[in-house]
Design a protein around this ligand. Sequence first.
Ligand code: PLP
Length: 402
Amino acid sequence: MTWIDDYTNAMMKSAPTPGALLTRGEGCYVWDADGNRYLDLLGGIAVNVLGHAHPFLVSAVTAQLATLGHVSNFFTTPNQVGLAERLLELLDAPPGSAVFFANSGTEANEAAFKLSRRTGRTGLVAAEAGFHGRTMGALALTHKPAYREPFEPLPGNVVHVPFGDLDALDQAIDQHTAAVFLEPIQGEAGVRTPPPGYLSAARERTRAAGALLVLDEIQTGMGRTGAWFAHQLPAVLGAGEAPVVPDVVTVAKGLGGGIPIGALVALGPEAAGLLSAGQHGSTFGGNPVATAAGLATLHVIERDGLLANATSTGDHLAAAIDSLAEPLISGVRGHGLLRAIQFSQPVAGATARHLLTAGFIVNAVAPDALRLAPPLILTTDQADTFVAALPAALAAAAKEIS
Ligand code: PLP
């Protein structure tokens, strides 16, 4: 029996077959059970912002677990309030703003979906190719038919519009619209940035219609793109655009550096007041260990200048891939350390497989695109080892499709 047989016998077949049995991690590397080392350029799907087994995160989490591990939402803890305050600061939140803690991205969006219903309206607008999670409400916002159709009927009144198309957004928003849900950069769609000015215009249109603007920063937040949140990035907003203040921001993934946590941040008293006592809750949400992880992660990002590192290493990586001048590579998209390599042929799956064999973890986010979402501590030297390995993996993949 191999580990894959054990996996197959014990695990539900809802996920793709795993690529390796991983047993250990340190920094940007993980090791499998046979001792093979991999440079982790996926970071647990944009989660491990501090890499693996980061000493500060490990000590914060273990110290908290040894002191007070869980209390339920009948009580609060200094960490919970501290992390909420920190998130409000990072979002430059106006007075009256407030945080709800969940345990994952889909739960943060589920909370936002419920909050939107408290406007008294039920219409929702989301983007084509957008991804917001897999629980029923979040799934209704997610666009991909293969994810949605087996579970229909989903909670209703969601209209999907082409991402980045202002006219389509205008036509979809009316007096029944409770909220517009958008990713500032679409992650699962292959790292797609909307045209400059799109988010500002979405803000303007939602405000005029009395609808909420919900920005899903689950994949793009916590420094991933070189700013704390992608909607704060001038390259995403558009040059000269005023800052966008959404009504709700949802976060998860990188927030806990690998410990499950999600959050909904409601900006301003109106959005923050929509859910009243007893209308939403979570047993684990914002527990002392998860919020210790959140505080530790934010502390290290700031202390070690990881926003700047995400920008400089991300730019270096993109330039180095470009300079390969590989005929199969048609471009590199994204910002900071959220990138996609676009191919002119559907070689992403095979390339990812060959890269894994060569010791690099990446993700075929589409048949013709690879996604990179590595730890924000990635160095340029580590990035260069990947760039050096890419041509051989690509050549092997190209052979398979020829
Ligand atoms: N929203 C976005 C933009 C995501 O990328 C994801 C996960 O990939 C989610 C929501 C769902 O998060 P989770 O898998 O933690 O439920």
